[in-house]
Design a protein around this ligand. Structure first.
Ligand code: SAH
Length: 231
């Protein structure tokens, strides 16, 4: 009996911490996403579910649910929550979709995609980030993802075609191989522009034709590779 009480007391701090972050996620979803027009249930559900504080640099845990990007090591950043939600909502993902993500980074966006889709293929050029993301995603119980360490500006030919492609690094132009690896009806979202500022572009394939929409200005880290920037 005393032993049981001790056990309950010992897990209380963990329980309070869990509840604290859950409250922060709830506020993030309401104030940063719903208030700005994100309304797809699956996207909001995934953003509510995934523990973002585990994906940021330890020094920034307290700011994990803030309305901004944050460092994740190797001079890279995890996108602002709204940007992640907006880009994913724009892909109009379905449960049975296969998606390609370029720029695994911390693995946060990979987790959101894995909550929504059947299979997530993610490419990251920095090995240490890919390994860390892989470990954390497995610890959190995700199994429907694969990470490749490579230059994602060329896509992932062996796994193509994809129903959706999301690029979370800025490209000087739309990488042609990514369009080729898109399924009929598939959508690609990517920031395109110069090194400082870009425009978010949505590309979709309909009747074999490539159509394009420009969204809003944004600022991402550089896509480095054959169809991105030189190192
Ligand atoms: N979506 C990530 C953040 C991505 S930051 C998250 O949720 O944490 C952009 C990432 O793109 C960085 O990790 C960077 O290393 C990676 N990157 C840049 N160029 C790349 C390329 N050609 N192929 C794959 N990854 C690339």
């Amino acid at each position: 009996m005393v032993f049981d009480q001790l056990r309950i007391i010992s897990i209380l701090p963990k329980l309070f911490e869990y509840m604290k972050y859950q409250r922060q996620r709830e506020r993030m979803v309401q104030e940063q996403l719903v208030a700005r027009g994100i309304n797809k249930r699956e996207v909001l559900g995934a953003m509510y579910q995934v523990p973002r504080h585990l994906f940021v640099d330890e020094a920034f845990v307290m700011r994990a649910y803030g309305d901004h990007p944050l460092p994740i090591g190797e001079k890279q950043t995890i996108s602002q929550p709204f940007m992640v939600a907006y880009m994913i909502e724009a892909l109009r993902l379905n449960k049975n979709f296969r998606v390609l993500e370029i720029g695994t980074g911390s693995g946060y966006q990979t987790a959101i995609l894995a909550e929504i889709c059947e299979k997530v293929f993610s490419v990251e050029r920095i090995k240490s980030l890919a390994q860390k993301a892989h470990r954390l995603l497995e610890q959190l119980g995700y199994h429907n993802f694969q990470i490749l360490v490579d230059d994602g500006s060329k896509g992932w030919l062996e796994k193509a075609p994809f129903d959706g492609i999301i690029v979370s690094a800025a490209a000087p132009r739309i990488p042609p191989l990514l369009c080729e690896q898109l399924n009929e009806g598939g959508r690609l979202i990517i920031p395109v522009g110069d090194e400082r500022s870009q425009t978010l572009r949505l590309i979709y394939k309909e009747g074999g034709e490539i159509l394009e929409e420009e969204k809003f200005n944004c600022s991402f880290v550089k896509l480095i590779g054959e169809f991105g920037w030189d190192k």
